[in-house]
Design a binder for this molecule. Sequence first.
Ligand code: NDP
Ligand code: DGY
Length: 329
Amino acid sequence: GMQTVGKLMKVFVTRRIPQEGMKILTTAGGCEVSLWDSDEPVPRADLLKGVQGAHGILCLLSDKIDAEVLDAAGPNLKVISTLSVGFDHLALDEIKKRGIRVGYTPDVLTDATAELTVALLLATARRLPEGVEEVKNGGWSSWKPLWLCGYGLSGSTVGVIGLGRIGMAIARRLMPFGVKRLLYSGRTAKANAAEVNGEFVSLDTLVSESDFIVVSCSLTPETQGLCDKAFFSKMKNTAIFVNSSRGAVVNQEDLYEALTSGQIAAAGLDVTTPEPLPTNHPLLTLKNCVVLPHIGSATYSTRGVMGALSAQNLLGGLQGTDMPSELTF
Ligand code: NDP
Ligand code: DGY
């Protein structure tokens, strides 16, 4: 059972989460759930206070879980369950040192995130936000042969940086648009790439030959700032850049420069640094930059399943049994 010598296991949940997850935690029995009852992030001081003595923490990607938090929690802590597939906010070395298990939410958000990434790519390439704006502000004077033209996928070369679960799901969805070549880069060639005729190439080749570049890798020390001045300068002037991984993979000053100097055609970002992006950020002044508020996995059903999975991961960690999705590190 979930009790240690008759005492309840303490759980800290850092935010309101989908009811599918909360229901699992509250009906589990044996655990005392303390919730940061807000839709906004828990302030750092309240996080450090909330985790004190906790056996389990259910956190979000906006909570940095580092040595300070782990020390604040103390020796009871057995499990950290994050409501995300990304785990760059977790100090894994510190977590490992303390023998704490980690749960995350792979697979269940792959389809939703791939779908959103395709939507963002099309919206950026075909200038949808600009078009919507022109209809509203009277800029639409007539059908004009040279107005609001963009770029199409048919016959194009697409480059996917990081052909993992989501990268592969994006590639599968893009191929039916008539993509001619699908390039991908990463640390290792992927066996399932054959399904999309994927060609494993160097990053340099991918960047210089692609008409559309989609970033779907994880954020690691190696991928931090990967898309910088040198990267954008190798891209075609007519190419579209899309990022749905993590904002820190991109050097935003360099992206701004590439977008204003005509070095690249346009960019679509679902992720930025910081999040939220300040409303006075230079990137938001550009017509050829489409910025979304990190909504890749935001469908009702996907968020519900993520909530349930993160709760089940937490319970498994508390009980010392299998977790449905345990991160091995
Ligand atoms: P996976 O682990 O399946 O895929 C990550 C891929 O990144 C792997 O294929 C890995 O390739 C690749 N990668 C690692 N290092 C590099 C590198 N140096 N260059 C190129 N590729 C690299 O994870 P998911 O597909 O499930 O998720 C990917 C990321 O997407 C998450 O980490 C998260 O940050 C982000 N995400 C964003 C969402 C949003 O709302 N926008 C929603 C969900 C996820 P290899 O195996 O060769 O190392
Ligand atoms: C993740 O899960 O890592 C996304 O960024 C949000 O779903």
